[in-house]
Write a protein that binds this ligand. Structure first.
Ligand SMILES: Cc1ncc(COP(=O)(O)O)c(C=O)c1O
Length: 366
């Protein structure tokens, strides 16, 4: 029996898929980003729900993630690998039917000289200076690929925007420029009769405008229900843990490593079975909150690897075995994933992907 449980709401994931689809025109080309255990929500569990809801294109960042998907769920879906090709043996991608994403000139050389890849995707770098080729090099690759259609098909062209977050509404100026360049390229290729797909939007870009026909997207965090309230998403996660011991700390005594919290009077504390190894950030030392019924309890002292302590003074006295809420799906706003991340001084991305393997994952069916 696990002492900490992450429960995922299938109903909320289905709701978020609908909201994402509403931003795009059919036919939809939606690459659901499942990297890092589906942002900590469980790669296989999330992929299974997505498949049931006709989402059949998945994005991963490491070959191991693709292998796990294939071994557990078969091959009735596409997997795009967002990682330079030269770091892997290409035969692994072939064996597990993983679509390569070309992110450099070197990737392209490797790919075109390696027989039996039927299709690939091309990532353009429009200012992120991470993975991707320049627009000029991209155009050369596209030209070359179009002369090799008997051998390999260019399925989609994508880019990833770095600076959307500065803008309150709509795309930022540089994002607008990237969109224009991509749209021109798309129109040119459409006029040549190609059916190459285009996608540039992550969650924020996706919800910052309505996207015209011909545009797909690669949502990550929005699938999991994190984003602006205007997007009307529903969070997936409820995270609970267990009280494993109760203790009375005497006035003047300190709690946890470094003695950073000292009892001002005799104080009852409860010890909770989650620590930074489970994803409860150390930065919540003396700062975090947990919930039980209508009460909120403050974390006292440093968060340890496997445990942290809460102050029960003046509140309902918890017992060993009681379940406390670390992240609330909807019932306790102060414990939403976004609020907990903020309090910890990290992004919701970091918080969610930091959830540890010791938490038991449960899916609450719709
Ligand atoms: C290439 C790429 N596309 C899409 C996404 C999804 O972004 P988000 O989670 O903000 O929707 C990411 C996430 O980091 C990414 O690296």
């Amino acid at each position: 029996m696990a002492l900490s449980v992450v429960s995922i709401s299938e109903k909320h994931l289905v709701h978020n898929i609908k909201k994402i689809m509403e931003q795009l025109k059919a036919p939809h080309y939606i690459c659901c980003m499942l990297k890092s255990e589906a942002y900590g929500h469980g790669l296989i569990e999330i992929a299974q729900i997505l498949l049931k809801n006709d989402m059949k294109i998945f994005g991963v960042a490491r070959i191991q993630e693709a292998i796990k998907l294939r071994e557990k769920l078969g091959d009735a879906f596409k997997i795009l690998l967002f990682c330079p090709l030269e770091v892997y043996d290409l035969s692994l991608l072939q064996k597990y039917k993983v679509d390569p994403v070309v992110t450099s000139e070197n990737d392209w050389k490797l790919l075109k000289n390696s027989p039996s890849f039927e299709k690939f995707h091309l990532q353009l770098d429009m200012g992120m200076n991470r993975l991707g080729v320049s627009l000029d090099l991209g155009k050369n690759i596209i030209k070359e690929a179009m002369s090799l259609t008997a051998q390999i098909k260019l399925e989609s062209i994508l880019t990833h925007l770095p600076d959307l977050r500065h803008q309150k509404s709509g795309l930022s100026d540089s994002a607008q420029m990237s969109f224009k360049s991509m749209e021109l390229l798309r129109e040119e290729l459409v006029s040549k009769g190609t059916d190459i797909k285009f996608h540039m939007a992550n969650s924020e870009a996706l919800f910052s405008r309505s996207w015209p026909e011909g545009w797909g997207a690669r949502p990550g965090i929005s699938l999991y229900g994190v984003g602006s309230p205007d997007w009307k998403l529903e969070p997936l996660i409820e995270w609970t843990s267990t009280v494993v011991q109760i203790k009375m700390v005497k006035k003047g005594q300190a709690v946890s490593y470094g003695g950073k919290w000292v009892a001002q009077k005799d104080t009852p504390i409860a010890i909770i079975a989650a620590g930074y190894a489970d994803g409860f950030p150390k930065s919540l030392s003396n700062k975090g909150l947990v919930g039980f019924k209508n009460e909120i309890y403050p974390v006292v002292g440093a968060v340890c690897m496997d445990y942290f302590m809460i102050n029960m003074e003046g509140k309902i006295q918890l017992c060993v075995g009681d379940e406390v809420v670390l992240v609330s799906r909807n019932a306790i706003p102060a414990l939403s994933c976004v609020e907990v991340s903020k309090r910890a001084g990290i992004s919701a991305y970091e918080f969610l992907t930091g959830l540890g393997h010791r938490n038991e994952l449960r899916v609450e069916p719709s």
